[in-house]
Design a protein around this ligand. Structure first.
Ligand code: NAD
Length: 249
């Protein structure tokens, strides 16, 4: 039977590249995003690979909208086999004491609460059918400390805890939960961030042993491997994909 994946933040960057890569494996895709334009664009691209795809508009920081994207996916496709829990924002890049409370709440709401809500509702559905596979998007900032991204880093460290602790509770019931920790990758989010903070791009590239940023396609390849049955015995891992960036810290 054809498998189904939900991809949050599927309208751009890592989510869009992964939607297209998973479609090449014959997997149906529910594209979840707050952006209608990006989400619909991804659906069009995914459909050129001969699979079914739908766009569901949702703000992942709102629990009722998360429940709704899970319900809509089930209604349309009948199952949820894979979940790329990926929507996120980077924040302003200011030092912590210069950030507002509103910014802290927004980053935590989307990056951490959004991911927790997603796993809460998706894993429930998966376990009713004997299991499934989840990949959460952490970051280099989720495995090391970094300046200018304190709140973001706190949320991404939280993603690591979510990943490992879910495995402690539910691996025995057939659930696999892994995380990816990408370094700077050339997506619209990062381009916008570096345009606002050009010095940080120079610092970042200079600090990467491979001396270049990653590409969304490279990340999509890893996520597809982790989600699908090719990675059946990999569970609770946080896989770094960063050109050696964090290994030298
Ligand atoms: P992106 O901005 O290109 O894509 C993110 C998508 O998420 C956008 O389509 C956006 O509309 C959507 N989104 C934002 N807020 C949302 C919300 N509240 N509800 C639903 N959708 C929402 O960014 P990206 O680089 O592809 O980032 C994807 C994930 O990867 C994020 O979690 C980010 O923190 C993480 N990440 C990115 C990098 C990088 O260098 N690009 C590195 C490490 C981790």
């Amino acid at each position: 039977m054809t498998k189904t994946a939900i991809i949050t933040g599927g309208g751009s960057g890592l989510g869009q590249a992964t939607a297209i890569r998973m479609a090449q494996e014959g997997i149906n895709i529910a594209v979840v995003d707050v952006s209608e334009k990006g989400g619909n664009e991804t659906v069009e691209q995914v459909k050129t690979h001969g699979v079914d795809a739908i766009f569901i508009k949702a703000d992942v920081s709102k629990a009722e909208e998360v429940k709704n994207y899970v319900d809509q996916t089930l209604k349309h496709f009948g199952s949820i086999d894979y979940f790329f829990n990926n929507a996120g924002i980077s924040g302003s890049g200011k030092f912590y004491l210069d950030t507002t409370i509103e910014e802290i709440e927004q980053i935590v709401g989307i990056n951490l609460l959004g991911a927790l809500y997603g796993v809460r509702y998706v894993a429930e559905v998966m376990l009713q059918k004997g299991g499934g596979s989840i990949v959460n998007t952490a970051s280099s900032a989720g495995v090391i400390g970094q300046d200018s991204v304190v709140t973001y880093s706190a949320t991404k460290h939280g993603i690591v805890g979510l990943t490992r602790s879910m495995v402690a509770e539910y691996a025995k019931e057939g659930l696999r939960v892994n995380a990816i920790a990408p370094g700077p990758t050339e997506t619209p989010m990062v381009k916008a961030f570096y345009e606002a903070n050009p010095q940080m791009k120079e610092n970042a590239t200079g600090g990467i042993p491979q001396k270049r940023l990653g590409t969304p396609e490279e990340v999509a390849e890893l996520v597809t491997f982790l989600l699908t049955s090719k990675a059946e015995y990999i569970n609770g891992e946080v896989i770094r994909i960063d050109g050696g960036f964090t290994s030298t810290k």
